[in-house]
Design a protein around this ligand. Structure first.
Ligand code: SAH
Length: 244
């Protein structure tokens, strides 16, 4: 699944707060206005002879908030692939986990088996499957084993909360790492036959007593440090080692 001569790695990250530790650690420089009117922002640098590109979704001019969610993630991923032709896409971000599946705040999960949506309701055979997605991701077994990461089926929806219907779809698909971008990024990656790995740090436990938004705010900074450490380890110890 991985090319032997990996030269270009592209991170797709929704929020600036999630991206900041990665940008600093890899020493990436902001490439202002690279995508014209599109909000997506590009950061680039060279790390051990690998071209590292990181694309964030950028900000909504209207609210001043970072774009989260599938539409912006689709745009960022399309632009990133069309402009930079990466050898691999790493969708790095935060996610909700499930205590019932053993998740703890601060855990880092790698995508596993396939990536799905949990909030598409089209009860017609065929379209139903298309709605859930089942997009491929790279085999993360070895990276997880060597790096000590958990693995989980990433599942994406357009809401921070979870309805009973979302929960039912997750039971069907086995979804266990809940975010708002992974499946959108994976859909574009699949269109362009670009390998994808999701790396997700758990900021909140779904269904815990404390509201998700509060858990998210409390744990964001800790989780983004763990995310950075994990991404660095994956690039340094795994993706670069494959070159030999
Ligand atoms: N309240 C936050 C907004 C976070 S929205 C703020 O004001 O900064 C959630 C973002 O984190 C999305 O990009 C999503 O991918 C991820 N995320 C974290 N926990 C999530 C959960 N439980 N469900 C869905 N997305 C989650």
């Amino acid at each position: 699944y991985l090319k032997n001569h990996m030269k270009k790695i592209c991170f797709i990250v929704a929020m600036a707060a999630e991206a900041k530790p990665l940008i600093q650690h890899f020493g990436l420089m902001h490439q202002g206005g690279r995508f014209g009117q599109a909000p997506s922002q590009v950061y680039q640098g060279n790390y051990k002879n690998i071209e590292i590109t990181l694309v964030t979704n950028g900000k909504d001019a209207d609210t001043g908030f970072d774009y989260i969610g599938c539409e912006a993630a689709t745009l960022s991923t399309h632009l990133a692939i069309a402009y930079y032709h990466p050898d691999i896409i790493i969708n790095a971000g935060t996610a909700g986990g499930f205590a019932s599946k053993g998740a703890k705040i601060g855990d880092v999960y790698l995508s596993h088996k396939y990536i799905v949506f949990h909030d598409r309701r089209v009860d017609i055979p065929g379209w139903n499957r298309m709605g859930q997605g089942y997009f491929p991701c790279i085999d993360s077994d070895e990276i997880a084993r060597l790096g000590g990461f958990k693995q989980g089926i990433c599942t994406t929806g357009s809401s921070l909360d979870m309805t009973e219907d979302d929960a039912e779809q997750m039971r069907q698909t086995g979804g266990e790492v809940k975010d708002m971008e992974a499946a959108a990024v994976a859909w574009v990656a699949q269109l362009y036959k670009t390998p994808i790995l999701c790396v997700k740090a758990i900021t909140d436990l779904v269904g815990a007593d404390r509201p998700t938004a509060q858990q998210f705010d409390d744990n964001l900074s800790m989780a983004t440090q763990k995310l950075k450490d994990a991404c660095f380890k994956i690039v340094d110890e795994h993706l670069l080692r494959k070159k030999k």
